[in-house]
Design a protein around this ligand. Structure first.
Ligand code: HAM
Length: 424
């Protein structure tokens, strides 16, 4: 294996791209602030059992996508494939539900799934997710849709669609499961191998199978929304009313079931027309049983996770999130010897004030240094000549309009006022 190639399904984020990530991370913090969510950071790895119990044994993630290993202490450890189960674990372990409810938390960081890599689907990817714990108010379900929409809009993204469904509670789902199994059973021979395996263990998953022959059979399957109990039906209708009040458009998709087992009631997914088959730029839903399942008190909860890599891909495809070119505030041109020492001293003082300062490290010609300053897109150049240095002077050139002025080298503040004004 070549030492110079990264593992399949991973990415390097190089300078020129990382600035877009920083900009997006700033917008994420802003939108979380507006909705009152606070950041929580959990470990990159957890005990494997957390995901088996939390996400569900029969899900694709747990069955075939986890990066699991036994550590030197003989414990089974898994790199987190998602952020909801770890956040709930941290919520219980740190007793975060002891104060006012709901508790609103968000996370941002790398997730790991052993999937077949393709555009928009990676083995290490970044999620921004947020969760509201301790309330079953349908308005929170709607805010879990409104928040990412605000984020997408603040990035300038258009052409996205919200798909919405309710998969009810354990009670209504058990009736529905029976109906669904009865629908698929006569067609068992024509189902794909995975669906045959899931027919009795987890029939809901058959609804979102991507294999064409399974989709044909799923087309006439009974709809979960027709089996909702009165409470779940009322909750779902309130969600839709709030969405209408907030002017958020959505499409009802009775086949939307999601690939994680913890969901109850509302589920949603946002897709982008800018992406190919991996078009979900975020998804989420309500999970009223998970906190209890993981050992906490009965606590309703709802949340959402944005696929940050995919969002950036969609924005790139739309030509959005372009940065204004940035460059150093000042490039110090010197003639070597004493003038280089003066340049080093000035750079030290100005960098200490937070300004981006560059200088030549190869004793190149003045012409070459000016070219380098230009290439870096420097706002100003300070030319420290030997004669000028003797008089404690240097020539400051504004690279934007070509204007030059003489500045006193012992008056750092004057230089900071001029150069710092460009905000670099
Ligand atoms: P999820 O649908 O598995 O849900 O993932 C959420 C988003 O993460 C997807 O819509 C997609 O944008 C991104 N994503 C997932 N897998 C990959 C991948 N292999 N490569 C690139 N991006 C990917 C969850 O993870 C739930 N925890 C969401 C949630 C939060 N539900 C309630 N709260």
């Amino acid at each position: 294996m070549a030492l110079t190639s990264r593992p399949r399904g991973t990415n390097d984020i190089i300078p020129g791209e990382i600035e877009l990530w920083h900009e997006l991370e700033g917008k994420i913090r802003q939108v979380c602030h507006a909705y009152g969510y606070h950041e929580l950071r959990t470990p990159i790895f957890e005990h494997t059992e957390l995901f088996q119990r939390g996400i569900g044994d029969t899900t694709d993630i747990v069955e075939k996508e986890m990066y699991t290993f036994v550590d030197r202490g003989e414990r089974s450890i898994t790199l987190r494939p998602e952020g909801t189960a770890p956040l709930v674990r941290a919520y219980i372990e740190n007793n975060l539900g002891s104060g006012a409810l709901p508790v609103k938390l968000y996370y941002y960081g790398p997730m790991f799934r052993y999937e077949r890599p393709q555009a928009g689907r990676y083995r290490q990817f970044t999620q921004f997710g947020f969760e509201a714990l301790g309330s079953s108010d349908p308005l929170l379900d709607v805010e879990a849709i409104a928040l990412p929409i605000d984020l997408y809009k603040s990035c300038g993204l258009s052409g996205f669609q919200v798909e919405l469904n309710s998969i009810g509670c354990a009670e209504c789902r058990s009736v529905y499961r029976k109906e669904l199994t009865a629908h698929f059973e006569p067609h068992a021979d024509n189902l794909c191998r995975s669906c045959q395996g899931r027919l009795h263990r987890n029939p809901l998953r058959l609804l979102d199978c991507k294999v064409e022959s399974c989709q044909v059979i799923a087309k006439d399957a009974p709809k979960i929304t027709e089996y909702l109990c009165p409470d779940c039906a009322d909750h779902f209708s309130q969600v839709q009313k709030y969405l209408d009040t907030l002017g958020i458009s959505y499409v009802l998709n009775p086949r939307l079931v999601r690939g994680l087992d913890y969901y109850t009631r509302t589920v949603f997914e946002v897709t982008s027309s800018e992406l190919g088959s991996q078009n979900a730029i975020g998804a989420g839903g309500r999970y009223d049983g998970l906190v209890q399942e993981l050992g906490g008190k009965e606590t309703p909860a709802v949340g959402f996770a944005v696929g940050v890599d995919r969002l950036l891909l969609a924005l790139k495809n739309q030509g959005k999130l372009q940065l204004s070119p940035s460059g150093p505030a000042l490039y110090l041109v010197h003639f070597g010897g004493e003038t280089k020492h003066k340049a080093a001293e000035l750079a030290q003082g100005l960098r200490g004030r937070g300004l981006w300062i560059e200088l030549d490290y190869a004793d190149r010609s003045i012409k070459a240094q000016m070219k380098a300053a230009n290439r870096l897109n420097s706002q100003y150049v300070l030319i420290i000549g030997e004669d000028e240095l003797a008089k404690n002077q240097a020539v400051l050139r504004n690279m934007g309009d070509g204007q030059e002025e003489s500045v006193a080298l012992d008056e750092l503040e004057q230089l900071i006022t001029i150069v710092g004004a460009c905000g670099k």
